[in-house]
Design a protein. Structure first.
Lengths: 639, 252
């Protein structure tokens, strides 16, 4: 059954695969480039950089985003930085080391050749961004500064204050703006993709909704490029932006593209906890706080005393207790799962009992409040603004939150899906981060895909599509359009009793509890029973007011939640089938005595790519075996 | 907490809008301003009333999508933050809160509190970039940039493009927005070749789109969530003056 999954990884030594592939890739001549129309969906790092670079080459590009401007895509919120193997620090970094750290960080569940290429390209990204005017941090001598980040022993992260994602995105957005002015890109803001149109087995168009007028329109193209981000909002609460959704990739899945490893989700350990059911999102607090803060909860269940009245003898510094060598600096997944465990035991703190203390009192005693303020002042201010609490006086409360999704549409080495003509970039694809992404690698991948991979690889597809122009007059477009309109009418005609948000919240709570930081066969089976019931209730009892042909935010949200209600099932199905623990996928049945993730390389050293078989049929699970030529499979050790 | 809201409702761009009264009841003090509106909207939907339209996305103060004029101030009371970072504990129980869209002729209302700020994109499209093709960049460390210059460029580059400066300005001028971009790029060595033409093109684009002139009210600086300094407007004026003089000489 897995014969369709040809990764198209070139032969030859790992370090020369990309060069070889570039040399052998098909070229499209300049006079032919202007005959090709490319539809780019999404304007984040991957989408904006791809749209700009492809237009520079001479292709006709249409770029679509649901926000009011291309500059608002959620890449903008990335704080920490971007990795690159420049070795400016002379500390032994190299392309190989960045590659190896990324493969190991992903718990040996990513495709070796893609990751190596990513590490190679990383250095070009920095050059490109500096030339665009990205104001990276610099040393006094005027050269670029670096900082250290998790999962690496070298200092290779480039940054622009705590706003690296913003600055990189503005660089790509400005390149895109230049192409809009030059006529190479036609931009469609406030426009949402609602379906992919497949003609004779190839992705050849899209159906979109103008979010202002509500008008449904069709666009034909020679190829479709999805750069629509991750699906973290399936959990309702996450660090993602409000509008982030799975709809584009899920629509593509329903049209034949395989969805790979949907169970790989990353939970970040240090976020401001949920304060109540009114909450719409979770805010990340930099992980660097764990350098000086001590994590603890009361020893006794239900201890309601304020933290300063709980004596040392009644506190459980559980990370220090369980992981004496790493202590509070235990890796992300372990820190996250441990917090969940103590809260599940009823020892969580704060409203709702879903929080743990991150206590700086010892560090303040040792170093003085001034030093702590210098190191983390902005974070303490942000914490105070959101919670109203002064973390210099009372311990911070933190809790893990969904942050990034490693799974995504399956792509080959050309970043093309198994559905010919559909290319997928950035967080929307599955390829580079395996089961766990390292910090400062998301920005690297988004820009690598958009600036330096797709401009080369897209020719391999387009060169086969000369004189195969498709018109929107074809019946496939009319049919897709009709389906989209019917779905909207159906959503508007239910007029039930519950709001869209209430369904989204219920779904999020369910998958968070059953398919979150820890999953088990029992919890997943329970989720797989409850999700269809919730979905059924949604389609009978949701209340979406207004009309389709107008600015209707509740309708937008309803369409996205309807897709999450289907996608959640696929995510749980994938988690249930993967009988091992790896990276962000922790199955409680598969752990070592010390509670570490226990991989099963004999049976699961592969990518699981799911094929849609219709609304009532089980999807088919295809496999791409992961073959490692350069690295040896090893157990990650944090001891 | 309970609040009395006076919210601008306007069904479409072409129809007249008006303030409508709403009660926001049992709002947790920990909720953000937008979460308070979410709760009000949940209540409206349950009563089959049209929810209030407003823009937001990241809800962590960086994407620039949220807007609103709250009690007369773009992004509401308090310094250096967007509406999404305004929390209800800053209000008093029982307060009456006026909520309007960003007001500027160049930002037409789409519905209720959501406005069209695409004119800001148009300005950037005119010249708000360094023209560099992907793949043609030199090695990143080949041009050193002194740290103070890089830091100042970063301060200008921090603009989130929300348009509060325009909404706060009695003339609806976008000078702070343009000044920030012209300064960000004009401070860096990479931005020098197009520095003159960039300033002049962006200012003319701003004028032709219908933004007003700067008459030194500094309201823009006061409401800017990214704390962009009005000194960047002076920098823009210098570049623009130099550009106009060069142009006059060339023509003369």
């Amino acid at each position: 059954m897995d014969t369709t999954l040809n990764s198209k990884v070139p032969s030859g030594p790992l370090e020369s695969k990309w060069r070889k592939h570039r040399d052998e890739s098909k070229l499209v001549s300049p006079n032919n480039k202007r005959k090709f129309d490319i539809l780019v969906i999404g304007s984040g790092l991957a989408g904006a950089s791809a749209a700009a670079s492809l237009a520079e080459l001479g292709y006709n590009v249409k770029c679509f985003c649901f926000q009011d401007s291309a500059r608002r895509a959620h890449s903008i919120a990335a704080q920490g930085g971007i990795n690159a193997a420049k070795n400016y620090q002379n500390d032994g970094d190299s392309v190989f080391r960045l590659f190896y750290d990324t493969i190991r960080g992903g718990d040996f569940r990513s495709r070796e050749a893609n990751v190596y290429r990513l590490a190679q390209i990383s250095v070009e990204i920095i050059d490109q961004c500096v030339a665009q005017g990205v104001p990276f941090a610099r040393e006094y001598g005027g050269l670029l500064a670096n900082r250290s980040f998790g999962g690496a022993q070298v200092s290779r992260t480039f940054y622009a204050r705590g706003q690296t994602g913003q600055q990189l995105l503005l660089g790509a957005y400005q390149a895109l703006a230049r192409q809009i002015e030059l006529g190479g890109v036609q931009m469609f803001p406030r426009t949402e993709l609602l379906d992919i149109v497949v003609v004779q087995g190839h992705a050849k168009g899209i159906i979109v909704r103008d979010l202002v007028s509500g008008e449904i329109s069709a666009h034909a193209g020679d190829t479709v490029v999805l750069a629509t981000g991750g699906y973290g909002n399936v959990f309702y609460l996450s660090t993602n932006a409000h509008g982030c959704n799975v709809s584009a990739t899920y629509r593509a899945y329903k049209r034949g593209a395989f969805f790979a490893n949907p169970c790989y989700t990353q939970i970040h350990p240090t976020c401001i906890p949920v304060a109540g059911s009114y909450q719409s999102k979770l805010t990340l607090m930099s992980e660097s706080l764990r350098n000086d803060g001590r994590v603890w909860v009361p020893k006794q269940k239900g201890d309601k005393r304020p933290p300063d009245q709980i004596p040392e003898s009644d506190r459980d510094y559980y990370l220090e207790r369980k992981y004496p060598s790493y202590g509070n600096l235990a890796p992300r997944d372990i820190a996250s799962r441990s917090a969940k465990e103590v809260c599940d035991e009823g020892r969580g703190v704060g409203p709702g009992g879903l929080g743990v203390y991150l206590d700086f009192s010892d560090a303040i005693k040792r170093l003085g409040e001034k030093t702590i303020r210098e190191r983390y002042g902005n974070l303490f201010d942000m914490y105070q603004n959101i919670t109203g609490e002064n973390a210099y006086k009372v311990p911070m409360r933190i809790y893990p939150a969904v942050h990034y999704t490693m799974g995504g549409l399956w792509v080959d080495y050309n970043l093309m899906s198994n559905l010919p003509g559909l290319h997928v970039l950035g967080e929307a694809n599955f390829s580079d981060h395996g089961a766990n992404r390292l910090g400062a690698s998301a920005l690297m991948q988004g820009l690598a895909d958009g600036y330096f991979v797709i401009p080369y690889t897209i020719g391999n597809y387009l060169a086969t599509q000369m004189n195969k122009k498709i018109s929107v007059d074809r019946p496939e477009f009319a049919a897709a359009r009709k389906e989209v309109k019917e779905r909207i009418q159906r959503l508007l005609s239910i007029k039930g009793k519950r709001t869209v948000t209430s369904f989204h919240r219920e779904l999020g709570t369910l998958v968070w509890e059953k398919c979150g930081m820890a999953r088990s066969e029992a919890s997943l089976k329970e989720a797989l029973e409850k999700i269809p019931a919730l979905r059924e209730e949604f389609w009978q009892n949701v209340n979406v007011l207004g009309e389709g042909a107008e600015f209707n935010q509740a309708l937008e949200q309803a369409g996205r939640v309807a897709d999450f209600l289907e996608f959640a099932e696929l995510m749980c199905e994938d988690a249930l089938e993967r009988n091992e623990s790896c990276g962000g996928h922790f199955r409680s049945e598969y752990q070592t005595e010390e509670g570490e993730a226990l991989r099963n390389d004999d049976e699961f050293c592969h990518v699981a790519a799911w094929q849609y078989n219709g609304p009532d049929a089980k999807p088919t699970r295809h496999i791409e075996p992961l073959e490692f030529e350069e690295v040896h499979l090893a157990t990650r050790s944090y001891k | 907490m309970n609040f009395k809201l006076k919210v601008w409702r306007q069904a479409r761009p072409a129809v007249a809008g008006k303030f409508v009264n709403y009660e926001a009841r049992e709002i947790p003090a920990e909720a953000s301003f937008l979460e308070m509106l979410d709760l009000v909207n949940e209540g409206l939907i349950e009563r089959n009333e049209d929810p209030i339209a407003f823009d937001s996305d990241c809800r962590e103060g960086i994407c620039g999508m949220c807007s609103l004029v709250i009690n007369g101030i773009p992004h509401g009371q308090g310094k250096a933050k967007t509406t999404c970072q305004l929390y209800m504990r800053r209000f008093r129980d029982g307060d009456t809160i006026w909520i309007e869209p960003f007001r500027a002729a160049v930002f037409p209302v789409i519905k209720d509190l959501a406005v069209d700020r695409s004119a800001l994109d148009r300005i950037i499209e005119t010249a708000g970039y360094i023209s560099v093709r992907t793949g043609s960049a030199p090695e990143a460390n080949s041009i050193p940039i002194s740290k103070p210059v890089a830091d100042l460029a970063m301060e200008a580059a921090a603009c989130i493009g929300c348009g509060a400066c325009v909404a706060a300005c009695p003339n609806s001028s976008a000078m702070l927005f343009v000044g920030a971009k012209v300064s960000h790029l004009g401070l860096l060595p990479q931005g020098q070749p197009e520095r003159v033409s960039r300033a002049i093109k962006m200012v003319r684009s701003m004028d032709s789109l219908g933004f007003g002139n700067c008459t030194n009210h500094y309201e823009c600086e006061a409401v800017c969530p990214a704390e962009i300094s009005a000194s960047f407007i002076s920098r823009l004026n210098r570049d623009y003056g130099a550009a106009s003089a060069k142009e006059a000489l060339a023509v003369g």
